[in-house]
Design a protein around this ligand. Structure first.
Ligand code: NAD
Length: 495
């Protein structure tokens, strides 16, 4: 069984706590690794090393900072299959999905390769007579990322490239469930030529997270995970004077208007609800169907869902893999039961699927006639469960989204441009798709939801990411002739 350690100062370092956490292959139930969990001392030593590395890094020219970023991009692209293999082995998602995750991560490195363009600053000549004003953005220092199990490669890559390119050093605390892909990516980062100590991976649990939240030399925290923990991270980080962006859970709605193409909408709903076993923060978990399209649409979705092939993610015929743990699978199953008890119609019951191995599998579920008071509607299930809410009007659908405490993504399926435009304007979510079920922004825009899906003011990656990892400094300068100088107690105006 593989022992997984920290990566600090470019070296593999054993945890000093004596505590460990098992890593499983969710497709087989087999324990494949043992992860050493950090002590407070481990975190403190990583932060000290990162602080030293950052002091040198911030003074290097942008050109020197960027050269290894291109190399990192090339190395990750060349090793994409290996990263995908590690993702599938510990997360369970099918290999093609894992490859897609790596591709989206690469976009963020590509964006950071163009950092020269984004750090140019602004300059106003003669803002006042003989006075020039210019704005620059400077790095924060040591920053930290705490990431979830569902995108072990992509989510760390949402923040590491921008943080490093803008002159910070970074401590990553990945999910303890599937640490091998981020560890491997950190090794590639070093192989690319970045100095030791700039990116450190500290494996651990709440002990490590709290140590990062409390450490005075950690200046910013980027968190992605569930809403209760996101709230805790935001409140604790802010109370400790840190800049925090904390992305939480989601309940994403897809509204289908009566004029939509049924086949197109059904394909999209099935792909977005069951892809990665529904363990995506941008998964569609609620289908809001307007008017009499509901019956044929539910039938079309059911027909497609029944044909999905569920199995080990390494099998190229599998379209959906297992759930991350048996505990998570049982929690999903209990929600389906609660939906049935509350009076919803279980059109397809994933609990009845059988699998001939010890993996944490569950089939896909489709639940119709869901109402907003049911726990299948209110709670983030984070599994392959699609709820259908039938409404009479488009307005009712828009209101449902407005009333939902989460606001990550939302989508509309229609052929009516006017309705789509109205939706893009009024829909209460940070990322909106028009005939696109999973509107994850490209790497040169930014990712972030509203409401309980994001605590903080800044979204991740793209331009917002650069803003998050830098602070502005505004300089005002003049070179006057001393002969013209005089005392003037008046407030300076710009004449
Ligand atoms: P999680 O909240 O359980 O864990 C996320 C991270 O927080 C992990 O690194 C974990 O070790 C740490 N953590 C867990 N409990 C903690 C505690 N009590 N104190 C301090 N740290 C703690 O989330 P998860 O189960 O790994 O990931 C799934 C969740 O992440 C879902 O809710 C999903 O919607 C969300 N997510 C959101 C986005 C987004 O962009 N909004 C993206 C991906 C995942």
């Amino acid at each position: 069984m593989e022992k997984i350690h920290h990566l600090i100062d470019g070296k593999s370092v054993e945890a000093t706590s004596g505590r460990t956490s098992p890593v499983f292959n969710p497709a087989t139930g087999e324990q494949t690794g043992e992860l050493g969990l950090a002590s407070v001392d481990d975190v403190n030593s990583a932060v000290a090393i990162a602080k030293k590395a950052q002091a040198e890094w911030r003074n290097m020219s942008v050109a020197k900072r960027i050269a290894p970023m291109f190399e990192f991009r090339a190395l990750l692209a060349a090793n994409a299959d290996e990263v995908a293999k590690r993702l599938t082995a510990e997360h369970g998602k099918v290999l093609s999905d894992a490859a897609g995750e790596v591709a989206r991560g690469l976009e963020n490195i590509e964006y950071a390769c163009g950092i020269t363009e984004h750090l140019k600053g602004e300059y106003t000549e003669n803002a006042s007579t003989g006075v020039d004003v210019y704005s620059v953005r400077q790095p924060l220092g040591v920053v930290a990322g705490i990431t979830p199990f569902n995108f072990p490669a992509m989510v760390p890559l949402w923040t590491i490239p921008n943080a490093i390119a803008t002159g910070n050093s970074y401590i990553l605390k990945p999910s303890e469930r599937d640490p091998s892909a981020p560890m491997f990516i950190a090794e590639l980062f070093h192989e690319a030529g970045f100095p030791d100590g700039l990116l450190n991976v500290v494996n651990g649990d709440k002990v490590a997270v709290d140590a990062l939240l409390e450490h005075p030399d950690v200046k910013a925290i980027s968190f992605v995970g569930s809403t209760p923990i996101a709230k805790y991270i935001y409140a604790t980080g802010a109370a400790n004077g840190k800049r925090v962006q904390a992305l939480g859970g989601a309940k994403n709605h897809m509204i289908v208007l009566p004029d939509a193409d049924i086949g197109l909408a059904a394909d999209a709903a099935v792909s977005a609800a069951y892809g990665s076993a529904g363990e995506r923060c941008m998964a569609i978990s609620v289908l809001v169907v307007v008017g009499d399209i509901a019956d044929p649409l539910v039938a079309a979705i059911a027909e497609r869902t029944k044909k999905l092939i569920i199995g080990d993610g390494t099998d190229s015929t599998s379209e959906m893999g297992p759930i991350i743990t048996g505990e998570a699978r049982d929690r999903i199953a209990s929600y389906i039961g609660a939906g049935a008890d509350a009076g919803a119609k279980i059109v397809i019951d994933g609990r009845t699927d059988t699998f001939d191995n010890n993996g944490s599998f569950i089939g896909c579920s489709l639940i119709d006639n869901v109402t907003t008071d049911m726990s299948v509607y209110t709670d983030e299930i984070f599994g392959p469960v699609l709820c259908v809410v039938r409404v009479d009007s488009y307005e009712e659908g828009v209101q449902l989204i407005a009333d939902c405490p989460y606001g990550n993504g939302a989508a509309i399926f229609t052929r009516d441009g006017g309705a789509a435009r109205d939706f893009q304007d009024r829909c209460d979510a940070g990322m909106v798709g028009i005939n696109v079920p999973i509107p994850v922004p490209v790497g040169y825009h930014s990712f972030g939801g509203w409401g309980d899906s994001l605590f903080g003011d800044t979204a991740m990656y793209g331009p917002e990411g650069i803003k998050f990892f830098t602070r502005p400094k505004v300089l005002t300068s003049r070179w006057p002739d001393p002969a013209t100088s005089s005392v003037d107690l008046g407030f300076p105006t710009n004449a």
